[in-house]
Design a protein around this ligand. Sequence first.
Ligand code: SF4
Length: 362
Amino acid sequence: MLRMPRPWIPRRVLVTPSALAWPTGAAMVERAAALGSDIVRLDSDRLSSLPDSYRDAKTTMAIVNASPSRRRLQPIPPSADWRFDLAEGCPAHCSYCYLAGSLAGPPIIRAYANLREILAELPAAVGQGRVTSASRERAGEGTTFECSCYTDPLSIEHLTGYLAACITHFGAWDMPGDVPGDGQAGGKVQLRFTTKFDAVGPLLGLAHNRRTRIRFSVNAAAAERHEGCAPRVRARLAALRAVAAAGYPVGLTVAPIMRVPDWADAYDRLFADVAEALDGVADVDLTAELITHRFTPKSKDVLAAWYPGSPLEMDEGLRARKMTKFGSTKWVFPREQMVEMREALQASLARRLPMVRLLYWT
Ligand code: SF4
């Protein structure tokens, strides 16, 4: 399995002039330089000399500004009302990485310097979403904003500081009629992110006001072999316990669910481990999102190039074809298998973690 230093240190950091003009961009450069990264100050805002090879790309970080179109909020069902992006890309090497189907070009990490402009887009969307804002069951969460669709934000937090900034921003968000610290699940807005990383120490003492839900992406032990350079599930569960004890609403993103050997027992063991990790923590607000493995023709091609020889099963002959709402193909488990897995995992989840709120199965 691949190894990388923790925290991750980019070998090369490219920064554009307009990104460097933001204090948040300059701070990222300073942190990376202090960790020993080679800093390349570009002459123009056009990213040049991008690495071709996967390995070089995965050790390169670019600090750029998010363009107006990149800052535009997008609906992100079934997870949250809205998605906003702080960065794109991730230093880990998961051979099923869901980013393979969505990001274009070499897999460098792009961190956006203009955080203030990114956050300025959020207020106009409050109350406007179609997931939690429109749902009776999830209305208590308020308007939800997801910031981990295109990155694992905790994996680069030591360079960006953006989770801390966003958590305190949401915690202090002053809204008419809202009562800070009233114990209402999430108040009227909620920040959400999911992570496979475990360096939560700097987040524990923040004034989060229970308006950030931290979810950990976890999987059955046999699936860990596909998660190169990500902290082990055991470490993620210790981090889950720490943030739950610090009063954060928490969650499990169980993904991607696979038919590993003895899959029913394997996932049951995972949920038992979660129960053990949370044992004795008071007032845990825990959700679960269950996401089965799927792939598209594009993600299969990209992953095959990134991880040649990977044992990850992506055999169309074992899958059912499903059309996305955009008219493209994705390959999912056949219906009978989906039903069988859903019933087994939901029963297991309810037995091991009776306090959990299941948000969706997909
Ligand atoms: S941690 Fe998530 S984003 Fe990063 S490589 Fe793994 S699957 Fe991809």
